[in-house]
Ligand binder design. Sequence first.
Ligand SMILES: C[C@@H](N)C(=O)N[C@H](C)C(=O)O
Ligand SMILES: [Zn+2]
Length: 222
Amino acid sequence: MAATLVFVTTSAHAADLPPGFVRLAEVAPGIRQDMRYAGSHNFVGRPVAGYASPACWLKREAAQALAAAARDLEKRHWRLVVYDCYRPKRAVADFLAWAGDAADQRTRAEFYPRTPKSRLFALGYVARASSHSEGIAVDVAAEQVDAAGQVTPLDFGGGFDLFDETSWTASKAVSAEAAANRKALVAVFAANGLANYAREWWHFSLPGATKAPAYDVVIREP
Ligand SMILES: C[C@@H](N)C(=O)N[C@H](C)C(=O)O
Ligand SMILES: [Zn+2]
């Protein structure tokens, strides 16, 4: 009887995710999740369509690559922080509608101070067909955690989703420390099969998995 109950629970749980997807919390519980599009601290300024729960879902191969990168970075006492993982297609549609509303400039100072919001798609800062929707991309930074558990933010030369040229990974406009941190993150991710996107130091994807279909399953945890 107990075995039957366990089977039923597991099946219902797994059915909520697109096929081949896993919850990052189950693969790499040590990675901190700050799922920005499920809340209001993002460039849209409110929860984005499709994010009913603040959870990181990824294709299994991408989650495993991310977990391996996180293990390597532990040697530097870095802990990864993910901001976005799988992104439902309806979220991209929400981004597009937001970009077309020139009257709403509420988040400009933090996220696009030098770039018109109408140009964010054309300039490559937001994709119409995103590898996030395939579950093979992740937006990520890192923080330093010392032996006593004290957390110190690392300088990457600007925040997540700052849409301008200072966020280009090779930008010369950032400090030497920020440039070195970007380089270290990119090197460890590359060693684990995750490629950086040159216009966003925080965006990585698993290129070997690009045949994956895009999904529109809402992120909703039981
Ligand atoms: C919107 C930003 N976080 C991002 O992920 N940009 C890339 C280009 C994407 O939308 O796939
Ligand atoms: Zn991204």
